[in-house]
Design a protein around this ligand. Structure first.
Ligand code: URA
Length: 317
């Protein structure tokens, strides 16, 4: 828990809100003593540039004009003070900077996933006319220097940017590197990776014909699920990789990858088995190979195989 900082008595917005509330209460008590038994509702605030709605009559104006605008001003002040108290501006500057960076990154990811079709988007990483392989290697070099997630940076042995055919038509996206991936700097090379190889081969492809990567490029400690801010920090690398590759089909391995790419809270059981659009590319969510290893039943394996057959059919279409 971060230590609570003592409030600045002059600028602390909570104190300001309390002071305004006290003034409003005292004003209302005074009005009550003077015979006011009901408080008129504040009129809807006029939109910028509009003049306020005219009062119904001159007497109403005399009775309420000052009270109305005072009450509105007070209400606005209270609102602003509460908003300020709740806003990240009351957080320490380094938290504010981190929050702003995260927000900016997520805006980019959201804008990219909602607005731009991968095929209608010229990857800035290819702007100098370099090959896919060179552009992907440059991203891998940036990832190797990345220090956006303090905990992941501290714990990593190697970064794991992803690997495979730089012109792959099919891209698999997992959650994040595990122990073996962290040791080798390669995605899906542990036990789950062995099963992924079999899954790929079951639809007549080989690992080197596809591209395999993850949402986060550094191993989370003890293989925990990546935190939302870690995913937000790392998503721009994946977005750029996909902009270069422009795959015909995407396959998200497990709920974490599917949710992050599709920006949804729906779980893998609900999502799998059908395609969902990711920037104009059909994306098939399926169970993560590590889950299949844990739940190695004919039913789970059939579901994954059915999903992969759909992937293959779409690749061939
Ligand atoms: N699990 C993942 O999600 N990715 C890997 O690279 C390995 C295991």
């Amino acid at each position: 828990m971060p230590e609570e900082r003592p409030a600045d008595p002059v600028s602390d917005p909570r104190r300001k809100a309390a002071a305004v509330a006290r003034r409003v209460r005292l004003a209302l008590e005074a009005e009550g003593r003077a015979g006011l038994t009901a408080v008129p509702r504040a009129r809807k605030r006029a939109a910028a540039g509009e003049s306020p709605a005219a009062p119904a009559s001159g007497s109403e104006k005399n009775a309420y004009a000052a009270t109305d605008s005072d009450a509105e001003a007070e209400a606005a002040e209270v609102e602003a003070a509460i908003e300020a108290a709740n806003s990240p501006a009351s957080a320490p500057p380094e938290e504010q900077a981190a929050a702003a960076l995260r927000e900016d990154l997520m805006k980019q990811v959201r804008a990219a996933s909602v607005e731009t079709d991968l095929f209608g988007f010229a990857s800035p990483d290819l702007a100098e006319g370099i090959s896919h392989a060179e552009a992907l290697a440059r991203i891998a070099a940036e990832v190797a220097q990345c220090d956006r997630c303090p905990e992941l940076c501290k714990g990593r042995t190697k970064t794991v940017p992803g690997q495979g055919d730089p012109n792959a038509k099919l891209v698999f996206v997992g959650e994040g590197p595990g122990q073996e991936e962290d040791r080798q700097g390669l995605a899906f090379v542990g036990r789950a990776g062995e099963l992924l190889t079999k899954m790929i081969e079951s639809i007549g492809l080989t690992r080197d014909q596809v591209f395999i990567c993850n949402i986060v490029k550094c191993r989370p400690p003890s293989n925990r699920t990546p935190m939302p801010d870690e995913m937000a920090n790392c998503m721009p690398y994946l977005a750029r990789q996909l902009e270069i590759l422009k795959p015909k089909v995407l396959c998200a391995l497990g709920g974490t990858a599917a949710k992050a790419l599709l920006q949804t809270d729906d779980g893998i059981t609900r999502l799998r088995g059908r395609f969902h659009p990711y920037r104009g590319v059909p994306l098939m969510p399926t169970f993560h190979p590590a889950y299949v290893l844990r739940s190695y039943t004919p039913d789970t394996r059939k579901k994954v195989y059915d999903d992969l057959l759909k992937v293959r059919a779409t690749l061939d279409a």
